[in-house]
Design a protein around this ligand. Structure first.
Ligand SMILES: *[C@@H]1O[C@H](CO)[C@@H](O)[C@H](O)[C@H]1NC(C)=O
Ligand SMILES: *[C@@H]1O[C@H](CO)[C@@H](O)[C@H](O)[C@H]1NC(C)=O
Length: 271
């Protein structure tokens, strides 16, 4: 069992790193029988290796879903290159693996669900790229993240295990980081895009909304949705910040206000 897992891991790493310059690779059925990795792992590996060939970066370590990666927002050519290989990945999953239903993914959202919106707003988005990668990352990596006394008490009342507590805290941090990047990106759009700001903001908002919905769905699927903090619920569409802990609106308002202030002061140079 260990051997099979090791082999699969090596195969993934190899698909990620070994075929640097091969533009497209068609897998014959012969190769399926030789390769132990399952079909979807092969489609995924091919996609990552194309990412490496196209962007000279390693997907697993150099590509970020939050904030929107440079590969997506740098310019139209970059977006098209990323999306054409993403579409190939999903074609591979459908045709070669007969996987018709795939879960939400950032790249599927961008390249399949909302490609036209990203494409239409690429000029504005590309103006935001340098600020998003540098200043937004600086601010959002250093925001102060706290958990309210009310939720600390609730965790004690509910007798959360040490692990549950740490998952709660990590998830809450993650939600703060995501919300910060969303606010920051929207803030930059308002500063640097004149005519297209409304439409570009809605592209960014729908990406972050879907991202957060997926965060919630993943916890909910494992029946762990009590580990989703009030702040996480506040920023996730369709969730109620006061579901498990009452009267959290003011606390969350303050958290968001503080975040907005941090963002504003980081960009005072743009005013
Ligand atoms: C929530 O706030 C209201 C109004 O301030 C108060 O009456 C109520 O007791 C609070 N609920 C809890 C659980 O703290
Ligand atoms: C929280 O902020 C919203 C506006 O963003 C405001 O309408 C609401 O009254 C605030 N609530 C509290 C309890 O501070």
């Amino acid at each position: 069992m260990i051997n099979i897992i090791t082999y699969i891991l090596l195969a993934i790493v190899c698909f990620g790193y070994c075929h640097k310059s091969r533009p497209k690779r068609h897998f014959s059925s012969e190769e399926y029988r030789i390769n132990t990795p399952s079909c979807d792992v092969v489609c995924e590996g091919q996609w990552k290796s194309e990412f490496h060939a196209n962007f000279h970066k390693i997907y697993d370590t150099d590509y970020f879903e939050i904030p929107l990666d440079t590969a997506i927002v740098k310019n139209r050519a970059s977006l098209k290159m990323f999306c054409s290989s993403t579409i190939q990945k999903y074609t591979c999953l459908r045709k070669e693996c007969r996987i018709l239903r795939t879960p939400w993914s950032a790249e599927k959202h961008i390249c399949i669900g909302h490609f036209d919106n990203f494409d239409r707003n690429i000029n504005c988005l590309s103006l935001t790229d340098r600020y998003v990668q540098k200043e937004c990352s600086d601010v959002c990596n250093s925001i102060r993240i706290e958990i309210s006394q009310a939720e600390i008490s609730r965790m004690a009342e509910m007798e959360f295990s040490r692990q549950e507590k740490s998952e709660f805290i990590e998830q809450n941090k993650h939600c703060n980081f995501i919300a910060c990047h969303q606010l920051c990106h929207e803030y930059i759009i308002n500063k640097v895009c004149i005519d297209s700001a409304v439409s570009a903001r809605s592209v960014v908002k729908s990406y972050y909304d879907s991202y957060l919905e997926r965060e919630y769905t993943a916890l909910n699927k494992d029946d762990q949705d009590e580990l989703y903090s009030s702040f996480c619920r506040r920023v996730t569409p369709g969730q109620d910040e006061n579901l498990y802990t009452a009267n959290m609106t003011r606390y969350n308002n303050l958290t968001l206000d503080r975040m907005k202030n941090d963002i504003r002061s980081a960009f005072s140079i743009l005013d």
